[in-house]
Ligand binder design. Structure first.
Ligand code: FES
Ligand code: FES
Length: 149
């Protein structure tokens, strides 16, 4: 049994300790906003925050997340009030198919906590998530919009 805190709620999950955090979030906790893309920490579709740090949950064992604060995309909005990143995403029509977007939003949210107004170079260095629909220009525009909101 592993005790997890996800979006402020405690969960006891009965899984093997080496189960990837991503599977536990989706299958045991029931939060499917976090997506599976590559499974090998390359694409970023599975990005969540672990103690505030953007983390690729496909490649973290659930036992390593025990006792830490995990935030998924479902935990960003408070009482239905979207964050400035989420609002910028809508205003800039970022998503196409949407599959990569929750991971993008989690990665960008963590970046803007560290750097309130990142340059294009800093965005390129920090946001390495892959989007098969090619929304990279819209992602960049939305990051600048959120930074200036
Ligand atoms: S599914 Fe985790 S990085 Fe691709
Ligand atoms: S919006 Fe389709 S993969 Fe990024």
């Amino acid at each position: 049994m592993v005790k997890l805190t996800v979006n402020g709620i405690s969960h006891d999950v009965d899984v093997e300790p080496d189960t990837p955090l991503l599977w536990v979030l989706r299958e045991q906790v029931g939060l499917t906003g976090t997506k599976y893309g590559c499974g090998v920490a390359q694409c970023g579709a599975c990005t969540v925050h672990v103690d505030g740090v953007a983390t690729r949950s496909c490649s973290m064992q659930v036992s390593d997340a025990a006792g830490k604060q995990i935030t998924t995309v479902e935990g960003l909005a408070v009482n239905g009030a979207m964050t400035k990143v989420q609002q910028a995403w809508i205003a800039n029509d970022v998503p196409q198919c949407g599959y990569c977007q929750s991971g993008m939003i989690m990665a960008v949210t963590a970046l803007l906590k560290e750097k309130a107004k990142p340059t294009d170079a800093e965005i390129d260095a920090a946001i390495t998530n892959i989007c098969r629909c090619g929304t990279f220009q819209q992602v960049r525009a939305a990051i600048h919009a959120a930074a200036n909101a």
